[in-house]
Design a protein around this ligand. Structure first.
Ligand code: HEC
Ligand code: HEC
Length: 275
């Protein structure tokens, strides 16, 4: 009789074991996949769970806020086949006439800014010019200066102006590279290899010459002051029209010193008002 009680007691303990393990499993799944994500959604802006795990084990982390902002539409422009078709319909000659009326006062008849805060547009990517003009028009990019000049443009005007500036020869296409200072070495490293531990991809992988992301402007020979102001604005989020926060997530990781080193590296020493 006593022998028959032992297996029964063992069965009971076994059932308790299984029950406890199953309950723990359910609780862990609920906490990890339901409760934590829900809490995270409430406190939007906090670091994503995955990022926390990555940073704990020393892997590169995207900027925590990039994931949040990636879901928000930054621009009305999308790089679809239809957009490319529209771009191909730009007429440079008509754009030149439009540019002469107003734009050239600041961006120069040859597409070189007449002051260091006016970006050079000569030889700039047509897609990049188009996108920025559309973003100024829709208010996705702060248009305190540009707004008055773009509000009256028709969609065809925008395409023609983009075609015009893209067609101008860029006198500074080969510029950049700095003067060999230690700041230039810092910048060159970021440009050519980035900083994987901080999640910074090489600038050259999106802005050329390694590869080109649609809509990423050419940077070589751009005005130094303009580059610096834009990098700061993207870092602080004051400028937020980059699709999927591609550029903000890079700019936020940069120190102030790196921003000025990069601006100096890419800038052309010869641009008017540059130094
Ligand atoms: C009063 C000076 C002024 C005039 C006129 C002007 N712009 Fe601008 N433009 C600027 C400034 C300054 C910026 C930099 C953005 C800012 O500070 O708002 C800019 C930015 C741009 C950019 C973005 C460049 C980049 O690399 O992102 C484009 C494209 C542009 N302007 C095209 C034009 C066109 C086309 C016209 C004429 C319809 C025009 N601008 C008229 C001053 C001017
Ligand atoms: C993942 C791709 C990517 C990487 C890496 C990247 N950029 Fe960008 N960058 C972009 C895109 C796309 C834009 C255009 C944003 C928009 O649509 O307004 C941009 C815009 C910019 C602008 C504004 C230019 C203008 O004419 O207004 C600057 C300056 C800039 N990037 C500098 C850098 C520097 C410096 C690095 C390296 C430290 C870098 N970028 C790395 C994709 C990238």
């Amino acid at each position: 009789m006593s022998r028959s009680r032992t297996p029964a007691a063992r069965d009971h303990r076994f059932a308790v074991w299984i029950g406890t393990t199953a309950a723990l499993l359910v609780a862990a799944v609920a906490a990890g996949f339901v409760w934590l994500p829900a809490r995270q959604a409430e406190g939007a802006g906090g670091p994503a769970l995955w990022d926390v795990i990555c940073s704990a084990i020393g892997l590169p982390v995207r900027h925590p806020q990039a994931a949040v902002e990636a879901g928000v539409s930054a621009s009305n422009v999308a790089w679809t086949a239809a957009t490319r078709q529209l771009l191909s319909e730009g007429k440079a000659a008509r754009g030149a006439v439009l540019a002469a009326a107003t734009c050239n006062n600041c961006h120069g008849a040859n597409g070189v800014g007449t002051d260091a805060i006016f970006p050079n547009l000569a030889g700039q990517s047509q897609a990049a010019i188009y996108k920025q003009l559309e973003d100024f028009r829709s208010g996705r990019r702060d248009a305190a200066v540009m707004g008055g000049y773009v509000s009256g443009l028709s969609p065809q005007d925008v395409r023609d102006l983009a075609a015009h500036y893209a067609s101008l020869p860029d006198p500074f296409a080969g510029a950049g590279g700095g003067a060999g200072t230690s700041a230039d070495a810092v910048a060159r490293r970021l440009v050519e290899v980035g900083d994987p531990l901080r999640g910074i991809a090489a600038c050259a992988a999106c802005h050329g010459p390694l590869a080109f992301t649609p809509g990423a402007p050419g940077l070589r020979g751009q005005q130094r002051a303009y580059l610096e102001v834009q990098l700061q604005a993207l870092a602080s989020g004051r400028r937020h029209n980059d699709i999927s926060a591609q550029m903000r997530s890079v700019a936020r990781q940069l120190t102030g010193q790196e921003i000025s080193a990069l601006a100096a590296y890419y800038a052309s020493p010869g641009v008017k008002g540059d130094r």
